[in-house]
Design a protein around this ligand. Structure first.
Ligand SMILES: *Cc1c(COP(=O)(O)O)cnc(C)c1O
Length: 229
């Protein structure tokens, strides 16, 4: 049952917050609804959720009109160039700005559309060639250029660490993302309040390491039929 899953997730959030002396209202539970149809999301809305994460623009665009208009939508998957114009008006926050080129393309289209999209910079903490995102070296080198993209409201950072079934193995990556954020804040004197990290099996540890947005799919909705992670 979704509502029972939600109770358990909220308990996990509360205890992780208390272990790390944080307030629960500084942590957003993003319900990752990819691969689930609108009627399942409706159940989640009834259970009290209002912010949903989707990893594909097309899938989100199909669902959004079927659900109440007060909901907020976040994009957590890669944003291809040819989808930017469609995506911008749909998403309240784009977690997945993964390169300077993507950022420049979003900035240009946002200017044409008269929008100021809120975005996070996806950081490839382990410099894993199979993963999207700025490496630590690249983000330091390119951040100044990113700040010149006046249409982008850069609100923070996000990461998808290498999967490990033991959350303690992922803790250093979470701590590392927080450090990168802190270094950027210090070096470039700009606020970066949001840290998006942690999924169903490890969001507790992510909260202990400073996550402000946890992206939770299967713990809430159950297993997805497809293999997309
Ligand atoms: C699917 C997905 C999640 C949620 O994963 P679960 O393990 O189901 O909680 C979180 N973040 C991203 C980027 C995803 O693609």
């Amino acid at each position: 049952m979704l509502s029972e899953n939600l109770i358990q997730i909220n308990e996990r959030i509360a205890s992780a917050a208390s272990r790390s002396s944080r307030k629960i209202d500084e942590i957003l539970l993003l319900a990752v609804s990819k691969a689930f149809p609108a009627e399942v999301l409706r159940e989640a809305v009834e259970a009290g959720l209002d912010t949903f994460g989707e990893n594909k623009v097309q899938e989100a665009i199909a669902k959004i009109p079927e659900l109440p208009s007060h909901l907020k939508w976040h994009l957590i998957g890669p944003l291809q160039k040819n989808k930017i114009r469609k995506a911008l008006p749909c998403f309240d926050l784009i977690h997945s700005v993964d390169s300077l080129t993507t950022a420049q393309q979003i900035d240009r289209i946002a200017a044409e559309e008269g929008l100021h999209p809120r975005v996070l910079l996806q950081i490839n903490i382990a410099a894993d060639a199979a993963k999207h995102g700025f490496t630590k070296t690249a983000i330091h080198e390119q951040f100044e250029t990113l700040l010149e993209l006046k249409r982008l409201q850069i609100e923070g950072v996000m990461t998808i660490p290498a999967f490990d079934s033991d959350p303690e193995k992922t803790r250093p990556s979470f701590a590392n993302l927080r450090e990168v954020r802190n270094e950027l804040v210090e070096e470039f004197d700009c606020p970066l309040p949001e840290i998006s990290m942690g999924m169903s099996h490890d969001f507790d540890v992510a909260i202990e390491e400073g996550a402000t947005i946890v992206r939770v799919g299967s713990a809430l909705f159950g297993k997805r039929k497809s293999t997309i992670r």
